[in-house]
Write a protein that binds this ligand. Structure first.
Ligand code: MD6
Ligand code: FE
Length: 217
């Protein structure tokens, strides 16, 4: 009985779900890296605080963002781009800690994308009510590399469509510790995040963080 229960828990912790061809959800893949990952994020956010950026259309995003790595994803009235310098501080983005890079590389490998070498990690913070409209990730130069997406804190409903904006999105619940790896035929699929429901996560409090690791050049 106890052994059974344990087997089931371990299975859930390491279970994989295929979202689409090239897109895999690795449930609980963060595992033992959790505490160090959260400590590393605290340092990054201390050096490059979360901020609400403005889209080219002039709307302030409900999701707050920061980055680490050789460059960071930014948006302002002039457009979206990757930039080596944090526009708020005028300094380079914080270095990507080895622990983060290693976690992303291991997750990509598990999903069948060996040798993933991310140079950027975009960090998104959702407070209750924050959402991400349907979009494609296409500001990178190299679509052969996947994107590795780590979820922490409150659960979110991830909307996962197709190559056309009008493709009806499927819904996936992303929970604390889950990692989605996403490339190949679905690399340019439209996707978004439904408004975050209110709640309290025992470790992260009333928020969700999402880290996306990218190879941009
Ligand atoms: C989020 N994620 O989960 C937003 N993009 O908060 C993304 O926009 C995303 O998770 C590309 C690949 C994976 C993602
Ligand atoms: Fe995206």
């Amino acid at each position: 009985m106890t052994a059974d229960l344990f087997a089931r828990l371990t299975e859930r912790q390491s279970s994989q779900e295929v979202m689409a061809e090239g897109a895999v959800l690795l449930r609980g893949f963060v595992g033992k890296a959790e505490a160090e990952l959260i400590a590393a994020l605290r340092d990054i956010v201390g050096a490059a605080p979360f901020r609400h950026m403005v889209t080219p259309g002039g709307h302030q995003m409900s999701v707050a963002m920061t980055n680490c790595g050789n460059a960071g994803w930014v948006t302002d009235r002039t457009g979206y781009r990757y930039h080596a310098v944090d526009p708020e501080s005028g300094k380079p983005w914080p270095t990507m800690p080895l622990l983060l890079r290693d976690l992303a590389e291991r997750a990509a490998g598990r999903a069948g994308f060996g040798g993933f070498a991310p140079d950027v990690c975009l960090i998104n913070r959702y407070l209750p009510g924050a959402k991400m409209s349907l979009h494609q990730d296409k500001d990178e130069l190299d679509f052969a590399a996947p994107i590795v997406s780590v979820s922490l804190g409150l659960p979110a409903i991830f909307l996962f469509g197709g190559l056309k904006r009008s493709d009806k999105p499927r819904r996936f619940r992303l929970e604390h510790g889950d990692i989605a790896v996403w490339g190949g035929p679905s690399r340019l699929f439209f996707h978004g995040v439904a408004p975050l429901a209110d709640g309290e996560h025992p470790i992260m409090g009333s928020q969700r963080l999402n880290l996306t690791f990218r190879k941009i050049r």
